[in-house]
Every structure is written in C-alpha cells, then in structure tokens.
Write a protein that binds this ligand. Structure first.
Ligand SMILES: NC(=O)c1ccc[n+]([C@@H]2O[C@H](COP(=O)([O-])OP(=O)(O)OC[C@H]3O[C@@H](n4cnc5c(N)ncnc54)[C@H](O)[C@@H]3O)[C@@H](O)[C@H]2O)c1
Length: 248
C-alpha cells in the first residue's frame, strides 16, 4: 500500500520506539516523513515540544523542506512514577507541559498547513493509562486522560476544517522507554513478566503494532474516522480472562 504518496507527515518523538516505527511505516507507505525529536538523528529536525519557539521553527523548517504538511503524529511523551504525593508542583507542570501542552503547541503551528491539505489528520499517542487505573502512575495517567479529552475536543473543533483528529491507546509496549524502566527494576525479568501478565494476551505490545494503528488513523483511506481512541493493548481495556491465557 502506498496510500500516503504525495503527503508529508511530521512525527514528534520520531527518533525512538513507537514514533520511529510510525515514521518508518508512513515512509514505507509513500509519505515524506519529518522526524521531530530532542535527538533527531541525521535527517530529522531538532525540536523540544516543551518550547513554543522550537516547535514553530521546526514546523516552518518542515514546510520549507517538503512544501506542505498533511499529517501530524503527536507522539513525544515522557513518564512519571508514583502516587499523587510522589511529585512536586514543578514536576506536575513539567510533565503536563511536554505530554499535553506539547501536543497543543504542535497543533497550533501545524493547523494553518493542515487546513490546506486534502487529507489532513492528527494522531495523538495516548495510553491505556487514560482509561485504566494503573498503580503508581498518577501524574502520567492524568496527562494521558487530558490527551484523550483534547483529542475529542479537537476532533469536534476541526470538523469544519476537514482535519481528522484521533488517538491511539497502547498498552505496555516493548520500546526503549520500557527497557529503561525494566533496567532500573530490582529484578528486570520478574518486572517484565509481571507487565506481560497484566495484558490479557500475555505479552507486551510491539512498537510496530502501535505504528500500524497510527498509520490506519492517519491514512486518507480512513476518511470517515475522527474523534476515536484506538486501543492497541493486548485486550487490556475490555477483557477480563480468568487467569493467564493458555495458547492452544
Ligand atoms: N512504551 C509504552 O509502554 C507506552 C505505552 C502507552 C503510551 N506510550 C506513549 O508512546 C509515546 C512514545 O513512547 P515510547 O515508548 O516510544 O518512548 P521512547 O522513549 O522510546 O521514545 C520517545 C521519544 O520522544 C522523544 N522526546 C521526549 N521528550 C521530548 C521532547 N520534549 N521533545 C521532543 N521529543 C521528545 C525522545 O527523545 C524519544 O526519541 C509516548 O507519548 C508515551 O507516553 C508508551
């Protein structure tokens, strides 16, 4: 499938994990892809989503290089651990600033260009944490709940502009982020097993599986899909199997 031929996509956090997989898949399907990241690699655009100036400069540079912008994948995000007492105000503001206001900054800078596209789409990377109460993720979960609500509000606001806005909600995905969390655990193998067991399919999600959902939502073939949250979570949102799954 080359349904993204002629379209330009910007992917934040596109240098690692889910963002890198999404950037590769969109390119494979014909898009010209701009990677926006703190550490973008050789051909990408350096951009801290926490800085409005850097976001505007990066989007201007993307449009200057490629001549247009059709798809925004708002994927950059950072984690936070602990219950509601674990982080001070500065940390709450910092994580909201990256995970939520970062998406707002990108959307503000991209909207004038998306309005000129015949196939405009925004895909936000949300999380199962927006829906399910995960232990010791109070701040992170609050940011992803905000991403879900923001996705719905933006999808409504931009109906007249023909810009579709959707989000993808991964379960625990096997990315460098989760690798770092496992490395920091007392017993990384036991921690990995516990995370896998929490998902009804009994394994972690792959970055490629999330990328596939992002590509589906971004695709011009999905032209009637807006205001949705697509779970890619091994069944974690809706399924309650009795005990670990036994594969036949
Ligand atoms: N891995 C999971 O289990 C999982 C589950 C649900 C949702 N998510 C979400 O998926 C997204 C990507 O996560 P991942 O697991 O691929 O992580 P990752 O750490 O592998 O990649 C994140 C990328 O974002 C970039 N980044 C971080 N802060 C940035 C900033 N201020 N400006 C620009 N770029 C920045 C990093 O440099 C990195 O390249 C995040 O929004 C995360 O919340 C991840």
């Amino acid at each position: 499938m080359r349904e993204f031929e002629g379209l330009v996509a910007a992917v934040t956090g596109g240098a690692s994990g889910i963002g890198a997989a999404a950037a590769d898949l969109l390119a494979e399907r014909g898009a010209q892809v701009a990677v926006l990241d703190l550490n973008p690699g050789d051909d990408g655009f350096r951009c801290d989503v926490g800085s409005d100036d850097e976001v505007r400069e990066a989007i201007d540079a993307v449009v200057e290089r490629f001549g247009r912008l059709d798809i925004l994948v708002n994927n950059a995000g950072i984690g936070a651990q602990g219950d509601v007492t674990a982080n001070d105000d500065d940390e709450w503001h910092r994580v909201f600033d990256v995970n939520v206001v970062g998406m707002v900054r990108l959307a503000r800078a991209a909207l004038p260009h998306l309005k000129n596209s015949p196939s405009a789409a925004i895909v936000n990377t949300c999380s199962i944490a927006a829906w399910a109460g995960l232990p010791n993720r109070a701040l992170y979960s609050a940011t992803k709940g905000a991403v879900l609500s923001l996705t719905l509000a933006m999808a409504t606001d931009h109906l007249p502009d023909r810009i579709r806005v959707n989000c993808v909600c991964p379960g625990t995905a096997d990315t460098p982020w989760v690798g770092r969390l496992l490395d920091a655990a007392d017993d990384p193998a036991a921690e990995r097993a516990a995370l896998a067991a929490r998902q009804p399919m009994g394994r972690l999600v792959t970055a490629d599986e999330v990328a596939n959902a992002i590509a589906y939502l971004a695709s011009p073939l999905s032209a009637s899909t807006t205001g949705t949250a697509l779970a890619v979570d091994g069944g974690m949102y809706g399924l309650r199997p009795r005990g670990p799954v036994q594969h036949q």
